[in-house]
Write a protein that binds this ligand. Sequence first.
Ligand code: NAX
Length: 332
Amino acid sequence: MSKSIKVVVTGAAGQIAYSLIPRLVDGKTFGDKIVNLALVEIPQVVDKLEGLVMELEDSYFPNMGEVTYTDNFEEASKDADWFLLVGSIPRGIVYNGKKIEERSDLLSINGGIFVDQGIAIGRYGKKNAKILVVGNPANTNAFIGKHAANNDSQLWMAMTMLDANRAKSILAKKTNNNVSDIKNMIIWGNHSPTMYPDSENVQILGELGSSVINDINWVESDFIPKVQQRGKAVIDARGASSATSAAKAAIDTVIACENPTDPGDCFSAAIASDGSYDVPKGIICGYPLMTLEDGSIEIKRDISLSEFAKNKFQISIDELLSEREAVKHLMQ
Ligand code: NAX
């Protein structure tokens, strides 16, 4: 009999989740494992999930196990292997009578949510649970959640795979290659407009990006800002934020964690710094990661950063430190 796995998804009635959830049970993301889903929403919209569950049933996914939905995160957390934390309060909405426009307000409100979710995950999630935070501000939400969980055997990540996929797509076009020819794509720092997408250490058909591209003006004035601002460009064009590409990136992250990384490659996600690359310990920072044969996930440590790269990366580290400062009242 196939093994089973339990996956919790928050924000399950939102637009990313609508693309994401079917792919969790399609028999590809978790191989032949039976996937039990626990879908979580806020009380105001949780009933809508009945419709999603009906659609999942009607789709007939052979690998779909039990599907439950709830507004009770603690209940959903019990013995879960994976947590995809997509739900968060977006900028621009009115929350408790106030329009949420400042990043500091966003940090504070979502931070509060992640304290409670972190406590539940630490207490009720599996010992080796993996947590991927998608809801923004993703790195700092993960930082708060990890602190609240207080369970170091679990792995907290914030999603930067979408940024890596965007960067690969731009580099593939620039160099007339396939996206699959681009490896070792690293997003350093914060999932925000300060992120540093690394065009120097990327491998294009096995050659270092620094020698293939060799056009610092294009890198600085075109490539980096395009990756940093791609989310906004999608919003401007679509009238809504990235959804299907964000769902694909979350799936790519799960697959990258569930399977050993090919030698010479890495994948992008933000995890707690252990001091690697001189990043202050504890902040959730975008790094090059590898999944080893035993399933453990490690930072790839042999990347060399140019002075140009170090300067760009430092801007994002400084932003993460200022976000940490803004939420210190939540770190009891
Ligand atoms: P939607 O507004 O469509 O859906 C979010 C859902 O989360 C809503 O249904 C809401 O009711 C629910 N929710 C809010 N608080 C919750 C809580 N405490 N527990 C459970 N559910 C809760 O947003 P969507 O487009 O799906 O985006 C979700 C999040 O992803 C946003 O924060 C967005 O900024 C973030 N993104 C992150 C990306 C990344 O690369 N890390 C890229 C895409 C996206 O912008």
